[in-house]
Design a binder for this molecule. Sequence first.
Ligand code: PA5
Length: 342
Amino acid sequence: MADSTETADLRALDSEGMLDTVLALPDHLRDALWRIESARLKPMPDSSAAIVCGMGGSAIGGDLAAAAIGDQLTKELLTVRGYELPSWAPAGAAVLCSSYSGNTEETLACYAAAEALGAGRVVATTGGQLADSARADGVPVVGLPSGMPPRAAVGYMFCVAAELASLAEASLPIRTEIDAAASHLENRSEDIQARAAEIAGLIGDAVPVFYGAGLTSPVAYRWKTQVNENGKQPAFSSPLPEASHNEIAGWEGSRRRLACVLLSDVDQHPREARRFEVNGDLIEPHAAAVIRVKAEGVTRTTRLLELVMLGDLVSLHLAARHGVDPSPIEAIDALKARLGAP
Ligand code: PA5
């Protein structure tokens, strides 16, 4: 039976309109495509790899784009979360520096490292030091709309990362798929909202562990980070098949305090699909709940983005359930304040 917290108004504690921002994902995707076109970015066909540098909500777009493009990628599309580019990064790499605020120190360090490497650079930001440096250096900027929590700009970060892959000729453009996905999400919005409420109710007060494989691996990580940041709750994610070689053994000691959420895809490797089934069955006796979610839809992009929107909404239900405002992230602000300037 649903308790009152499960049906609580998601807007009651939502001081900065996070719910509306999540529901606006289709608009964000279309606006992102328009902003990218307006930036008139130049192709970088000689790049031997495409690298997305960013942190948190500004990094996930790189992983999601690589997953959506999948086996259509002909060169590496790597996401770097940290202060340095990999030691093997080729001089001619195409590097996207994504930072919603434009002031994230790791991303600024990578921007400088990419210059030292002689990489072709592109920036996606609302402003900050990153925009100032890019403008001074003549580096093209995809300007993003300000006023959102950075993680709510996932649609923008996804589109810019996918565009980087196409500029580097690591893949064909997926703009048409993105546009179609936006319409799909609009049509499915009510169903997605209802499913999110259901999933959050099943997770309840347990600590969720999200599993994905292939297309859904970065989605599982997105769900985890959204529950952390919006819900202010612990949450974990792991990729299959790896987790079925180790983590599965740990469930035995979990004493039903964790909920297992299996994010599978309709077009999964058959052995991965089987692993989702069997892992769930074996975890069931030890878990507060086992929740199976399957991505459906014609394209990888549509399936991926529907799961992203679903997970974002789940995190908002969990925030409401735990009586927290999804937008402020005091722990991260405190950490940045304690760290001081680099
Ligand atoms: O969602 C968030 O607020 C964070 O994960 C940020 O994205 C992260 O701290 C990086 O900041 P920015 O996106 O401004 O570069």
